[in-house]
Write a protein that binds this ligand. Structure first.
Ligand code: EPS
Length: 386
């Protein structure tokens, strides 16, 4: 559903690394590897992460498309090396392996394992799980960081926080006037990326409880974009609708199971008069009495902050596995165990920010266009309405 930007990632979780290419970023955007590294580091954090994150130091090397810290308008290629590769070289060898390796044959409920082996006629689930692993999201975050830089340079900021882990809810409201870099710096200080200290403690406890039981927990986070102009997206056709484009991007992450825009599901339980955001005119500016629409009306941004909530299921690799079968014998067996995280919701919120950045950068380029950042800025200055 992207219209101006296209991107692709490649790479197996325990292969040599992840590669990614993004095309459609205008020339003249200032970009450094260090800037991308900030979000990669944020994705690696969070209470409940497993041992893999202690092995890796995710860093995206820019391979092409940037010269002297400025984008060239050409495809930008990135490489994130897997430091864990040294431990998997033979098991994941591109060529003939030196020895036989035990096949993975007990599919994990909730993972891509069963449908994946059926689809590709594999007899080894490792051929599926390596690519379906959430490791791939490291490259999405690197690509998202490039889009975030473009948005930042034209005044659009993206922030997020976790508001629920398992059944623990952080009810502390985000201050209406809080800017997104402040929100991120507050959330980043917490190992669960929530705002309320009591909720934080309870969230940490519930993650520890899950971990001690060989279990996992999911949760929900919200992502907000400020500085939005009117009219990103469109009401004229299905594939132009901004909420559809955002939902598609969020739901393209395996573990994300639900997306709400603005008041979302709660909208169905209130009267129209309670829900809709009244239109006011104050200090020479159109304002709204609330933002239950989440910044999108009729498939277009309405100059209010974009507000999206996303839920993540508990990770499906369990240290205390669920029932499954051995696909070689069809005998009952417990599901495959693989090193895993007990909770990755804090990391998921960074992935959510990245997915929103990609969609908004794309919709911004669709509306305003330009081969260079200078042209884009001029187009926004001359026709952007806020
Ligand atoms: C992940 C890397 C993976 C997992 C996790 C996310 O590394 P490993 O499999 O070596 O531990 O930690 O992915 C899953 C739990 C999953 O089920 O896909 C990462 O880089 O985020």
């Amino acid at each position: 559903m992207l219209k101006k930007i296209s991107y692709m990632t490649a790479g197996e979780s325990h292969g040599k690394g992840l590669t990614g290419i993004i095309e459609g970023i205008p020339a003249g955007l200032e970009l450094t590897e260090e800037y991308i590294a900030i979000d990669l580091l944020r994705r690696m954090q969070g209470h409940g992460r497993g041992k893999r994150m202690k092995i890796e130091k995710d860093f995206a090397e820019i391979f092409s498309g940037v010269r002297h810290q400025i984008t060239l308008g050409s495809p930008i290629a990135l490489i994130i090396k897997n430091l864990d590769w040294v431990n998997w070289e033979d098991r994941m060898a591109v060529g003939k392996p030196k020895k036989d390796h035990k096949k993975v044959t007990m599919p994990r409920p909730g993972h891509a394992d069963l449908a994946g082996v059926m689809k590709y006629d594999f007899d080894d689930i490792r051929n599926v799980l390596e690519r379906s692993s959430a490791r791939e999201t490291a490259m999405r975050v690197a690509i998202g960081a490039i889009c975030r830089k473009l948005l930042e340079d034209v005044g659009i900021q993206i922030g997020s926080r976790v508001y629920q882990i398992h059944d623990i809810v952080d009810t502390k409201a985000i201050d209406k006037d809080l800017n997104m870099s402040k929100l991120n710096s507050l959330a980043d200080k917490s190992s669960v990326r929530c705002l309320d200290k009591d909720a934080e403690k309870k969230m940490i406890d519930v993650i520890d409880q899950a971990k001690n039981n060989g279990d996992s927990v999911g949760g929900s986070f919200e992502v907000i974009a400020t500085g939005m102009p009117y009219g990103l997206g469109s009401y004229i056709n299905a594939d132009g609708k901004l909420q559809a484009r955002i939902s598609q991007a969020m739901m393209s992450v395996n573990a994300f199971k639900g997306v709400e825009v603005g008041a979302g599901f709660a909208s169905s339980a209130v009267f129209g008069s309670e829900l809709h955001d009244e239109i006011l005119y104050e200090n020479n500016k159109i304002t709204r009495s609330s933002n239950n629409a989440g910044g999108i009306e009729g498939g277009m941004s309405n100059a209010q902050p974009i507000h999206v909530k996303v839920s993540m299921k508990p990770i499906s690799t369990l240290i205390k596995p669920l029932r499954s079968i051995d696909l070689t014998t069809m005998e009952p067996k417990l599901a495959h165990k693989e090193r895993t995280d007990s909770c990755a919701v804090p990391a998921a919120s960074i992935i959510g920010e990245s997915m929103l950045a990609i969609v908004l950068a794309d919709a911004l380029l669709e509306k305003f266009g330009g081969d260079s950042m200078e042209q884009l800025r001029k187009h926004i200055e001359s026709s952007g309405k806020y």
